[in-house]
Design a protein around this ligand. Structure first.
Ligand SMILES: CC(C)(COP(=O)(O)OP(=O)(O)OC[C@H]1O[C@@H](n2cnc3c(N)ncnc32)[C@H](O)[C@@H]1OP(=O)(O)O)[C@@H](O)C(=O)NCCC(=O)NCCS
Length: 219
């Protein structure tokens, strides 16, 4: 461990009896964040064809890092059903895959995956043909900033396997801190079984003039 993850602030989490786990976060996390023609939003069933094309084009570059690629190829109707399942996931406080669009074109996926009591984790992938144009960084920056609109969120996490150097560049670029490296089971073929955990805390928002501040543009 490099240093400890900050303790969550003590508070009543506002979950009513019978509400789903961390439902309080779900209700208030944004379903869409945008900046000019760059949009990160929850997938809709009518996006199934666009998502399908993006995944089909990207399968081989995603395979080393994402376990879900092992389920591919899906049909378009299976993908539509999956999007409907993701919509239900949102309602139940589970992972929320989101589409990343530039000028209406799918350039990748991102979203809030794993929600904990006082934090959320951001995930991302970029479509083949749209790599190294800053899209994953842009999506992660917008989602990081948007997560802090929920007052109970104390920090945002990014996790990746240590072998995934491209993925590591994104939290580093955004001013996240690497806090932990832990052994993990290999779930995708490119992994070396060491999980890296990066965090960006609400306190890190303290310097709004920083170019790394997620509310600002990247230089
Ligand atoms: C990781 C990934 C999402 C990066 O997407 P991207 O849109 O190309 O990333 P960006 O353009 O925002 O670049 C972010 C940084 O990564 C660097 N980078 C991108 N691809 C890289 C590569 N193959 N090797 C080394 N660095 C790379 C960029 O140069 C940039 O670094 P900088 O800030 O120092 O200039 C993309 O490579 C991908 O989809 N990989 C497969 C899926 C995956 O690994 N997802 C994450 C799982 S944890």
């Amino acid at each position: 461990m490099l240093w400890d993850t900050p303790s969550p602030p003590p508070s009543d989490d506002g979950r009513g009896e019978g509400s789903c786990q961390y439902g309080w976060v779900v209700e208030r996390l944004p379903k869409i964040v945008e900046e000019d023609d760059f949009v990160v939003r929850v997938w809709q069933p009518e996006d199934a064809e666009m998502l399908h094309e993006a995944v089909v084009e990207s399968t081989e570059h995603l395979r080393p890092w994402h376990d879900w690629i092992a389920q591919e190829p899906l049909t378009i109707s299976q993908r539509r059903a999956l999007i409907e399942e993701w919509q239900r996931s949102w309602e139940h406080g589970e992972a929320v895959p989101m589409g990343v669009f530039q000028a209406g074109v799918v350039v990748g996926g991102s979203g809030y995956v794993n929600r904990k009591e006082h934090s959320v984790e951001i995930g991302y992938w970029t479509r083949a043909g749209h790599l190294r144009k800053g899209h994953a960084s842009h999506a992660a920056r917008l989602l990081t900033s948007a997560a802090f609109t929920v007052p109970e969120i104390s920090h945002v996490e990014i996790h990746h396997d240590k072998a995934n150097e491209a993925s590591a560049r994104i939290p580093r670029r955004l001013g996240y801190r690497l806090v932990k490296e832990t052994p993990q089971a290999i779930t995708a073929p490119g992994q070396m079984s060491i999980a890296c955990l990066w965090i960006f805390t609400r306190q890190d928002l303290g310097d709004p003039s920083s170019v790394k501040h997620p509310a600002n543009g990247l230089t």
